[in-house]
Design a protein around this ligand. Structure first.
Ligand SMILES: Cc1cc2nc3c(=O)[nH]c(=O)nc-3n(C[C@H](O)[C@H](O)[C@H](O)COP(=O)(O)O)c2cc1C
Length: 408
C-alpha cells in the first residue's frame, strides 16, 4: 500500500504525469522547528536534470508545505507536502500504449488493477519517491536534533566498478581451501574511517556520488558509455547511520534489519539488500565473524569489529548501522528491443522519453530518506515502550542478573 510506518506514518501520493506528487506525514512530534528549506535540500539532491548522468527531465521539485506547521514550528498534526509535476511530455509514451516496457512495471500494474495510468510509469515512477524524500527530511531533522543521529549514503559501485576498500566484496575465492583465512575484518581500516567520517558535502563533490576521485571518474565514463549506447547500467548504494541508541527494533517480525530491508526494497529498481557483512559473512568462520565486546567510554558495551552492521537479534546495539542496496539497470532504454505488445503480437519497441541511464546517483537521498523513516518510527515505538514501563513501580523482586544495570 502507499503508507509506511507505525507511529511516524507516511502516505505518499501521485503518478509520473499527474498534477502533483507529495505526502501526508502523521505522527511528527510537535515543537520541531521546520522550514521548507529543510525539506528542499534533500529534494534538490534527488531531482532529475542534475547532471549529464541523470535524466534530462527538468523538474525544479519545489516543495509547498500545506499543513501541520505554523511560524516555522510543527503542530503535531498531519503535515501535507506537495510538489508540482511541471516538465511533462505524455506524448513521449505513445509506443508504450501498445507495448509493456520489458522489466518495467507496465504489465504487472495492468494485471493487478485492470487499468493503468495513461503515460509514463504512473505510480511506479521514481516521481513517487519525492514524497518519501520530503518525509525523510523531516524525520532526519528530528533525529539530528534529538539524538545527534547522522545518515549518509553514497554510491559504492556502478556496473563492475567498485569503490576500493568498500563493503562490496571481492569475487569469491576460486579455491575453497583458500577461503577461511584470507580476511581479518569485514571492513578495511579505510572503509571504517569512511563510514565513521563521511559527510554529504563530501559525497556531493562527485557527480556520481561515489566519494573517491579516480573511481568516480571511471564510473562517470561507464554511465556515459551506457547512455551513448542507448543502454543503462546498475549499481549499489551503501548507507551508514551513526549515533543510533541501542534498543531499537521490534523482534520478531519487525526486526530492525527486516524493517530496513522492507524500506529499501520498496524503492523502485532495487533488487538486493544486505546489512553488515551480508552475503560475504557466509564465507567467514565464526571465530573471525564474532564482534567481541569491549567497554566504551560511556560505560556501555561496544564491539571491536562490526560485522553485525549495528544490529543483533533485530535490535540495534549502538554501533554504526551500515547496509548496501543493489539497483538494477533501469528498464527504459532507447535501443530497439524485440518484445511483444499487450495483446501478444511480436514487435519491436523503441522507447522514447527521458530516462536515467543509471539510477544510483539520484537514489542516494532516497536511501537516506527511507533509513530516516525506519529509525524515526522505531525510535518512537521504543520511546513509547520505555515511557509506559517507567510509570510502573520499580521491580525489586527479580535477581539483578535479569535487569539492565543502572548507569551513573
Ligand atoms: C531515482 C530513480 C530513477 C529512476 N529512473 C528510471 C528511468 O529513467 N527509467 C526507468 O525505466 N526506470 C527508472 N527507475 C526505476 C523504475 O521506477 C522501476 O524500475 C520500475 O518502476 C520497475 O519497478 P521495479 O524495478 O522496482 O520492479 C528509476 C528509479 C529510481 C530510484
Amino acid at each position: 500500500m502507499s503508507t509506511f510506518g507505525t507511529l511516524f506514518r507516511v502516505t505518499t501520493y501521485g503518478e509520473s504525469h499527474c498534477a502533483s506528487v507529495g505526502a501526508i506525514i502523521d505522527g511528527c512530534p510537535p515543537g520541531l522547528k521546520l522550514s521548507a528549506q529543510d525539506v528542499q535540500t534533500q529534494l534538490s539532491r534527488r531531482r532529475p536534470g542534475q547532471s549529464n548522468l541523470t535524466t534530462p527531465r527538468d523538474e525544479k521539485d519545489l516543495v509547498h508545505l500545506q499543513s501541520g506547521i505554523e511560524h516555522g514550528v510543527t503542530l503535531g498534526t498531519p503535515i501535507g507536502l506537495l510538489v508540482k509535476n511541471e516538465d511533462q511530455r505524455p506524448h513521449d509514451y505513445s509506443e508504450t500504449d501498445l507495448y509493456p516496457r520489458p522489466s518495467h512495471a507496465d504489465y504487472t500494474y495492468l494485471q493487478k488493477y485492470g487499468i493503468k495510468a495513461s503515460s509514463g510509469g504512473g505510480r511506479s515512477s521514481a516521481r513517487e519517491t519525492i514524497g518519501r524524500v520530503a518525509a525523510g527530511a523531516i524525520a532526519e531533522k528530528y533525529l539530528k536534533e534529538a539524538h545527534g543521529i547522522e545518515i549518509v549514503a553514497f554510491v559504492s559501485s556502478v556496473g563492475k566498478i567498485r569503490l576500493p576498500s568498500s563493503n562490496v566484496p571481492p569475487s569469491a575465492a576460486a579455491n575453497e581451501d583458500e577461503d577461511d583465512d584470507e580476511i581479518d575484518d569485514a571492513l578495511s581500516p579505510e572503509f571504517r574511517t569512511l563510514l565513521a567520517t563521511l559527510t554529504r558535502e563530501e559525497v556531493d563533490r562527485f557527480p556520481t556520488r561515489c566519494p573517491h576521485l579516480e573511481t568516480s571518474e571511471r564510473m562517470t565514463k561507464r554511465i556515459i558509455r551506457a547512455k551513448e549506447a542507448k543502454d543503462s547500467i546498475g549499481g549499489t548504494v551503501t548507507c551508514v547511520i551513526r549515533n543510533v541508541p541501542a534498543g531499537l527494533g521490534e523482534p520478531v517480525f519487525d526486526k530492525f534489519e527486516a524493517k530496513l530491508g522492507h524500506a529499501m526494497l520498496s524503492i523502485p529498481a532495487t533488487k538486493a539488500f544486505e546489512i553488515g557483512s551480508g552475503f560475504h559473512g557466509t564465507e567467514v568462520p565464526g571465530s573471525k565473524h564474532n564482534d567481541r565486546f569491549v567497554r566504551r567510554e560511556d560505560g556501555n558495551l561496544g564491539t571491536t569489529t562490526n560485522w553485525s552492521g549495528g544490529v543483533q537479534g533485530g535490535i540495534t546495539n549502538g554501533e554504526d548501522i551500515y547496509f548496501r542496496i543493489g539497483f538494477k539497470s533501469p528498464a527504459t532504454i532507447s535501443q530497439s528491443q524485440d518484445t511483444a505488445q499487450y495483446d501478444g503480437t511480436p514487435g519491436t519497441l523503441v522507447a522514447r522519453g527521458r530516462h536515467d541511464p543509471c539510477v544510483v546517483p539520484r537514489a542516494v537521498p532516497i536511501v537516506e530518506a527511507m533509513a530516516a523513516l525506519v529509525v524515526m518510527d522505531e525510535l518512537l515505538i521504543q520511546n513509547a515502550r520505555k515511557s509506559t514501563a517507567s510509570l510502573l513501580p520499580p521491580v525489586t523482586t527479580l535477581p539483578p542478573t535479569m535487569i539492565l544495570p543502572a548507569r551513573e
